[in-house]
Ligand binder design. Structure first.
Ligand SMILES: *Cc1c(COP(=O)(O)O)cnc(C)c1O
Length: 340
């Protein structure tokens, strides 16, 4: 069978025979960390005095926003591209993205001299992210009204043209690479009680689940925007369904589709999932900027908004809040600061 023919998929997305749905093992996660370390600095874990006071807890920010491209996504791609066979390196990569995933892929592809196509929806209004992808040498194609329509286009192109389709969630190498953040948290803060992390496709929450939860026994809480709760529903009900709508300004987590692999890992290891309103994300962005001098984009502010929402239940605990990305457009930032 040709690797460029889609195979039966357990979720609403297209997969190919090269998409494994088996979670990475602990050994594979440590192997991925060795690769990631060659290319990326360890990110700082910084105590937030204001959030520690607000929550009567020890609160640390895991500063993934300081990575090249301004988000954690890049961690996965060095591992994925390093593990590609020659045929796929020659054919090149395609993915769909709201920007950060595409920037991460473009960076690693450039490092290994592999071509990269990123399909973004026509509606994506974030010049920071789009210019970033182009600057890194990716071919940016605009298609569809949202990331799920962009994804379907990327899937068709992969089948027709034989690109290696980099799935947004069903990629053990991406999850293993992103789990290097969890290993860093384990080393820097072995007494962590809970990690509260955004969930879009769920690769990052799955990565913390396979490290701080599975290996250390800490809680991992996943957060979605109330208007874009596809994974929250799938996690709660155990049914994978494509939703009709996803509504949030936080484009990094604006998705209508649960992905089978990260969802399965989250169902096994996440303690809880919570929803936060967009207004709470705006307030969290302001608080991070004013009190902690941290610029967080909407998706990244979910961890802080959820912590403030969980409030008393975190008292006395050691809490790690990953700041997953900083690519907020200047226009959005202006609007958020003006409307307080
Ligand atoms: C993609 C993204 C997320 C969500 O990550 P998933 O692994 O898709 O769940 C959160 N924050 C930022 C900044 C992102 O770019």
């Amino acid at each position: 069978m040709s690797p460029y023919e889609p195979v039966e998929s357990p979720d609403e997305t297209t997969i190919f025979s090269y998409h494994s749905l088996t979670p990475p093992t602990t050994r594979e996660i440590y192997e991925a960390q060795r690769i990631v370390r060659r290319y990326l600095p360890r990110t700082p874990l910084v105590r937030s005095e204001s959030l520690s006071a607000d929550l009567d807890a020890d609160v640390y920010l895991k500063r993934e926003d300081v990575l090249p491209t301004g988000s954690f996504k890049i961690r996965g791609f060095y591992n994925l591209v390093a593990n590609l066979n020659r045929e796929f390196r020659e054919r090149g990569l395609i993915t769909s993205s709201m920007g950060n995933h595409g920037q991460g892929m473009a960076t690693a592809a450039r490092e290994f001299d592999v071509s990269a196509v990123v399909v973004v929806p026509e509606t994506l209004e974030n010049p920071t992210k789009i210019d970033g992808m182009k600057r890194l040498g990716a071919t940016v194609v605009r298609h569809g009204q949202d990331v799920d329509e962009a994804r379907e286009h990327a899937e068709r192109e992969a089948a027709e043209k034989g690109y290696r389709y980099v799935h947004g969630g069903n990629e053990p190498h991406l999850i293993a690479g992103r789990a290097s953040a969890g290993l860093e948290v384990m080393e820097d803060c072995p007494d962590v009680d809970v990690v509260i992390n955004p969930v879009g496709g769920g690769s990052s929450a799955a990565a913390y689940a396979l490290t701080v939860s599975k290996l250390l026994g800490a809680d991992v809480v996943g957060v979605q925007a109330a208007g874009a709760d596809a994974v929250y529903r799938a996690w709660s009900e155990g049914i994978i369904e494509l939703q009709d709508r996803a509504d949030t300004f936080a484009e990094g987590i604006k998705t209508r589709t649960p992905f089978a692999l990260p969802l399965g890992i989250m169902r096994e290891h996440l303690t809880e999932m919570v929803l936060v309103e967009d207004d709470d994300l705006r307030a969290a962005i302001r608080q991070l900027l004013v009190d902690d001098s941290v610029l967080a984009e909407g998706a990244a502010a979910t961890s802080v908004a959820a912590a403030l929402q969980l409030g008393d239940t975190l008292a006395g605990k050691t809490v790690v809040l990953p700041i997953s990305g900083s690519n907020l457009s200047a226009e959005k930032l202006r609007e958020i600061l003006a409307n307080r």
